[in-house]
Design a protein around this ligand. Structure first.
Ligand SMILES: NC(=O)c1ccc[n+]([C@@H]2O[C@H](COP(=O)([O-])OP(=O)(O)OC[C@H]3O[C@@H](n4cnc5c(N)ncnc54)[C@H](O)[C@@H]3O)[C@@H](O)[C@H]2O)c1
Length: 323
């Protein structure tokens, strides 16, 4: 089968790994990398034996599929150019810099897809491809309550997007897919610590059917922690994203009929979530199984993130913070 020609736009901290994986995959040929910094673009192109292309339009023209790992603020402008040329597109999370921009991308994607049904549009919610998450999903646990915590030391980048759209969005997408129920209400609080914007936020999301989740995200923690605890009927699961570990407990009956909580061991083979995500995208583009996070799903996560942001803004304004 002919290889999928791929161009990677934005080869910074994360995009270099997009380029590495596209260059190494048996399904693809990395035909171009694009970056606003010629120095960086040339460096990554040389490393992965491809061309650094300064003109975005020609890079897109030369490819069947475009991977965008440029800053969130330019996702819309780059994504638009790829979609207008009918190219498959994978955009890093969050889909776009604002809800309006996300909606514009989703609408354009739907319009182009109506004319070209084979078109694939995916968003880089890579935690969905974390082997521990895949194991959790296949365990069949039906969540009633979840607690997600994602905290890390202060980053020197991605500051143009707040901690909700940049960090919490991972868990919002994951929770929407795991609960698979409509969101009924969103409450949220947050406080500025090192920037004028909320750096620590906590949200409570209530789903239809009485289940709910609390989500904490911070970019001012001493060290990284990314965990998810989920409770279902007679079941508990604790997931560590970085360690790719899933600990499960189940309520069973002993031979005497007494209730007992026992561990349910889950063997997990470690793998690179980004590689799994990109291979799934390549497969979808090549007309194989479409195991991708769609623009629609990514937009729905943004809608919840937007509700979180608005709730925080209201509470900070009421408390007299100047934003
Ligand atoms: N899925 C994840 O877990 C994850 C993790 C980190 C970052 N991200 C996302 O990836 C994107 C990039 O983040 P990063 O941390 O790699 O940022 P970064 O700043 O390290 O890299 C961005 C690169 O894009 C280049 N660039 C800037 N404007 C451009 C333009 N208009 N056209 C082409 N290139 C341009 C920059 O020169 C830089 O090399 C963001 O959307 C971020 O949210 C996702």
């Amino acid at each position: 089968m002919a290889k999928l020609k791929v161009a990677v736009v934005g080869v910074g901290s994360l995009g270099q790994h997009h380029a590495r994986i596209a260059a190494a995959s048996e399904r693809t040929e990395l035909v171009a990398v694009v970056d606003a910094s010629p120095e960086r673009g040339r460096e990554i192109a040389a490393k992965f034996n491809t061309s650094f292309v300064t003109d975005l339009g020609s890079a897109i023209e030369s490819a069947d599929a475009v991977q965008v790992a440029a800053p969130t603020g330019v996702h819309l402008e780059i994504g638009k150019q790829a979609l207008e040329r009918g190219k498959h597109l994978l955009i890093e999370k969050p889909l776009a810099g604002s809800l309006e921009q996300g909606r514009a991308l989703l609408e354009l994607f739907n319009k182009v897809k109506a004319e070209k049904p084979s078109l694939i549009g995916a968003v880089g919610h890579l935690e969905r491809y974390n082997p521990a998450v895949i194991a959790l999903r296949t365990s069949g646990l039906r969540p009633r309550f979840a607690e997600a915590i994602r905290v890390s030391p202060f980053p020197m980048r991605s500051l143009e997007v707040d901690v909700v759209m940049d960090v919490m969005i991972h868990d919002l997408d994951l929770l929407l897919s795991l609960f698979n129920r409509k969101v009924q209400s969103v409450e949220a609080l947050g406080v500025p610590v090192l920037t004028p914007f909320p750096d620590i936020v906590n949200a409570r999301i209530k789903f239809e059917g009485g289940s709910f989740a609390t989500v904490t995200a911070s970019r001012v923690a001493r060290k990284k922690e990314r965990v998810l605890r989920i409770f279902g009927e007679g079941e508990y699961a604790a997931l560590d994203f970085a360690e790719q570990k899933l600990e499960r407990l189940k309520l069973v009956k002993t031979p005497e009929g007494d209730p007992q909580v026992v561990p349910d061991a889950t063997e997990i083979a470690r793998d690179e979530p980004l590689r799994l995500e990109l291979e799934a995208f390549y497969q979808a583009c090549l007309g194989q199984k479409p195991d991708i996070v769609t623009f629609q799903e990514a937009f729905e996560a943004m809608e919840v993130a937007d509700q979180v942001q608005r709730a925080i803004k209201t509470s900070l304004a009421e408390a007299g913070f100047k934003l």
